[in-house]
Design a protein around this ligand. Structure first.
Ligand code: SAH
Length: 229
């Protein structure tokens, strides 16, 4: 998978993608992440990428031309499956959407700033809008990193243990069961007996029961309907 991120603050993203699992994924050639500085596509002599809103009001709006140039330049080099705009009012990111998107080959992610982008970007250039939650951040960089991380960790070969992504929360519509590791006892705090029993079927049944109970407790909505995409 190749991810091209268009941002006004490229430095914000570098450290995240240059460490941990995401760096390994890049080194193994499983994922490519390219961060593009939107200012490079500004033809203004001060490299401006924003302007005052028509009709007045507070806050600046990101201009259409630099974004159009950035997207057109990327599209002239390869075909993209999606041009995604991170936006608080987009589809609320969830695991089923991440799973479906993890099979894509090339995607562009556009990060907004200020009051967001000129609406014509959304009307004519963007194919999908995604939110990471019902709250407002100052820029789309963290949301873009969240989406990229969620996608990249699903690519075959990225996680050490091939099955581990499948046992994470939400993969089967349930949250994950609790996990324990050594030491077996820590003062009075003990690990549930069943996990030490070596009895695979009982352990699996216990984990499943825990998942169901926790889902009912913490995410009852998962047992119901989701928002329309
Ligand atoms: N005026 C906009 C908010 C702009 S916030 C509104 O009220 O909807 C500036 C930028 O941060 C947005 O353009 C978007 O790219 C990003 N952003 C902020 N919160 C986000 C969220 N919850 N999910 C995804 N992107 C978000």
């Amino acid at each position: 998978m190749r991810i091209d991120i268009i941002t006004a603050l490229p430095n914000l993203l570098d450290s995240y993608f240059n460490d941990s699992i995401l760096r390994r994924a890049r080194q193994k050639g499983l994922a490519e992440v390219h961060v593009h500085d939107l200012r490079q596509f500004s033809q203004d002599k001060h490299k401006r990428i924003d302007d005052y809103p028509f009709g007045g009001g507070a806050g600046m709006v990101m201009s259409l031309p630099p974004i159009h140039r950035a997207i057109t330049s990327l599209k002239s080099e390869r075909t993209y499956d999606e041009v995604i705009y991170m936006s608080p009012d987009g589809y609320l990111l969830d695991q089923p959407l991440v799973n479906r998107m993890s099979t894509l080959t090339n995607i562009i992610i556009l990060c907004g700033h200020y009051k967001g982008v000129d609406e014509r970007v959304r009307e004519h250039l963007v194919t999908r809008e995604i939110s990471i939650g019902n709250y407002v951040l100052s820029g789309g960089e963290l949301p873009a990193a969240v989406l990229s991380d969620a996608l990249i960790r699903l690519l075959p070969g990225v996680l050490g243990d091939e099955t581990s992504a499948l046992s994470d929360s939400f993969q089967d519509g349930l949250v994950a069961p609790p996990a324990y590791t050594r030491p077996e006892t820590y003062g009075d705090w003990k690990v549930p007996e069943v996990l030490l029993s070596g009895h695979a079927a009982r352990i699996q049944e216990w984990r499943h029961r825990q998942s169901v109970e926790r889902t009912r407790d913490r995410r009852p909505g998962l047992l119901g309907e989701n928002d329309p995409e």
